[in-house]
Design a binder for this molecule. Structure first.
Ligand code: AQP
Length: 332
């Protein structure tokens, strides 16, 4: 069976973008692939984190996976730092990754911004650790949102570089998988910026744990424009906020953007926003409630993570040993 690896950073404020761009697609794939879903806590450390909040967010992401419908009996769910092979393989792969490849990564440019000289080595090497995550399990497919596609393509290049250097077909070349109508959910305050956990405005995103009133309030306050909704998608091109809300509606109701727009053509935003609120509360309200129930029993979450780590180690450690043998590292 083909194998999937994907993950989310426990950086707090899991949001609708993480759900529509990642988690929801994983739920749909879990019975067709051998699935490994990670909470990438080492990646979270590429930005400053409060230790207690990091532990709490790691449990929260685990709860979100399960509440959204990922079955921990059938999929492996674990946190990255429990398998030290991730960091070890990242070093070995980093040694054959040219700086030129990393210099092209747009996420580093966006996150480092004007502070490039002060940005940490971890943030720069983030995509190499991500390649290690994927290749350690010889994953063939990586379902991600559009924003992570470039990193999966780099993992593919790194796998190819390893195979060429050691003249064997050792790593499969992983494929990015991008699904659905909302592969890049944008901020509710600025339709040109992606919805993000680290945005300082809570009104920019719908969190997976927001209650019904908060979801409705955030949608009511979402930035729009004065025009009613058009009947053609092409008319949304210069209206990023309207375009984003229509894409969210389409994704949440499992219809195409064309069909969603046809339903509301000519409507004003107050009517459309009311419908979008109802739909968002239907989908996220249930998941948020289940997350809160799971979070009340951290012992259960920790057991899921421990069992997941045991199953992950059984795959990862033999692969790391093979890589060590191939690269000439002595294992006395
Ligand atoms: N806005 C988004 N639209 C669609 N998909 C998204 N993803 C994240 N934001 C959106 C997808 O969620 C998965 C996990 O992402 P992550 O949390 O590990 O990293 P990120 O992409 O850096 O997410 P954030 O929210 O922007 O976090 P911060 O603010 O901490 O950097 C990935 O599959 C991603 O595509």
């Amino acid at each position: 069976m083909n194998r999937i690896f994907s993950g989310i950073q426990p950086t707090g404020n899991l949001h609708l973008g993480n759900y529509l761009g990642a988690i929801r697609n994983w739920v749909a794939l879990q019975h067709d692939y051998d699935c490994i879903f990670c909470i990438v806590d080492l990646h979270a450390l590429t930005q400053p984190q409060n230790p207690d909040e990091l532990r709490q967010a790691t449990r929260e992401v685990t709860a979100a996976y399960i509440a959204a419908g990922i079955d921990p009996e059938c999929c492996i769910i674990f946190n990255q730092s429990t398998i030290s092979a991730h960091a070890e393989l990242a070093w070995l792969l980093g040694c054959l990754t040219p700086l030129g490849w990393l210099n092209r990564m747009t996420q580093f440019k966006e996150k480092a911004g004007k502070q490039r000289e002060n940005a940490g080595l971890g943030l720069y090497a983030y995509p190499v650790l991500m390649a290690a995550d994927i290749l350690l399990y010889k994953a063939t497919h990586v379902p991600v949102g559009e924003d992570q596609k470039q990193h999966v393509e780099l993992a593919r290049d790194i796998a190819g570089a390893f195979n060429r250097r050691y003249e064997r077909d050792f790593f499969p070349l992983p494929e990015p998988q991008i699904f659905g109508e909302a592969t890049r959910v944008m901020s509710l305050r600025d339709g040109t910026k992606k919805m993000s956990k680290s945005d300082t405005s809570d009104y920019s995103r719908i969190n997976m744990t927001d209650d019904a009133d908060t979801i409705a309030l955030k949608i009511r306050r979402a930035k729009t424009d004065p025009e009613p909704l058009p009947d053609m998608l092409s008319a949304l091109e210069q209206r990023p906020e309207a375009d984003n809300l229509v894409s969210i509606y389409a994704a949440l109701s499992d219809m195409s953007r064309e069909a969603a727009l046809a339903r509301f053509a000519g409507a004003n935003f107050s009517t459309f926003k009311e419908a979008l609120s109802g739909l968002s509360v239907d989908v996220l309200g249930r998941i948020g409630g289940e997350m809160r129930r799971l979070m009340a029993d951290p012992g259960h979450i920790d057991r899921v993570l421990r069992q997941g780590a045991e199953r992950a180690a059984a795959i990862a450690i033999p692969v790391l040993h093979e890589v060590q043998d191939i690269t000439g590292l002595l294992r006395p």
